[in-house]
Design a protein around this ligand. Sequence first.
Ligand code: UGA
Length: 416
Amino acid sequence: MNITIMGAGYVGLVTGACLSEFGYKITIIDVDKEKVKKINRKESPIYEKDLEEILKKNNIKASVDYKDGITNAEIIFICVGTPTKDDNSQDLTYVKNVCIKMCKYLHKDQIVVVKSSVVPSTTEKIIIPLLEEKSSLIEGKDFHIAVNPEFLKEGSAVKDFMHPDRIIIGYKNNVSKIVLESIYKKFNCPKIFVNPTTAEMIKYASNAFLATKISFINEIGNICKKLGINVYDVADGMGHDKRIGRSFLNAGAGWGGSCFPKDINALISKAKEYNIDPVILESVVKVNEYQPLKIIELLKKHISILKDKKIGILGGAFKPETDDIRESRTIPLIKALLKEKAIIKLYDPKAIKNFKKLFPNIKYCSVDEVIKSDAIIIMTKWKEFEKLNYKSKIVIDGRKIDKAIKESKIYEGVCW
Ligand code: UGA
């Protein structure tokens, strides 16, 4: 079977690479010539565990040519990004552009699968009408649509693809249902068949729920801190209840990344479009915005005037094992420290290049240099931070590093 993937971002690359493991012939289309060249040289344009090995051994071709990619495809996966607009609603420019460009070559009996995260009703209300208008073909008669959201975590995306908890397939008629069922026939997990809008909502509700779990435990942690309780003991105790579960109850500096913030904001914006007041979702964001500021409050307990004080920050990536800094909680932390006129020294094993673009004027230092600061703030749970010497240091910890708890002269966990 020939499968074409639109978009060589991390979802497209991982989807293409993993499907190639099942013997499908994969073509990845992207406008970025450099990415295309890299993939054809069997190099991964992004760092993602195990991805390059799969690219190296399988039959994957990348191209900028829509004609070739679409004409020969039996199935087309749309995997381009859906960023956030200034008003927090979803920006569908890339999805729309891809649809318009591919329509020229779309032909009878092809299946178009929406894998990009799009807010509920987008496929029905925007994608299908656009494809029909620009191709003069009719969905359900000439071509078929499916929605198949991804649940990949950066850093473990290949593993998540190969061993999913569930596969969600939104379909409109049996043709796309049968084809998608057959693509995923070797996956031994529940497959849930729903309509396209429900499939879209499952993705958004899942991300919103995970972000809610984190903000919830952070709020409980903020209360725990005042009462002298370790919120991690509370999370362990709660987690044994199968209805709750222990995962995503790690309290700390808050959630970031390319998905939770954009998805939750897009869902809030969608709710408002329908005059629903998304009380819980807005509170989830509010708690998350407060956590980095809370770190400053804790710091000021020990150094009341931050002006000209050297503040070392350990960690810039939004989570370990990535160089991704999108919506990292370190960003609002640095902004708040800059307002206080502190001297900021940042160390991260992977994300410095990205931070330099955002904050060219702060100091980027070796870990040894950062640790010599007047106070240290830990923002990413990198394993190497468990090996540092925190003796005689003031540490404000946003990620619960055990060695810092044991050794620091003054230690403050953000909510424990
Ligand atoms: C997230 C979801 O976990 C994936 O299921 C989803 O497919 C993906 O978004 C997406 O929509 O594409 P990801 O953004 O890669 O994946 O990162 P996570 O591992 O979920 O972490 C998100 C943030 O939450 C990080 O900043 C992390 O530090 C924070 N976090 C996570 C906590 O603060 N506490 C926790 O217990 C877990």
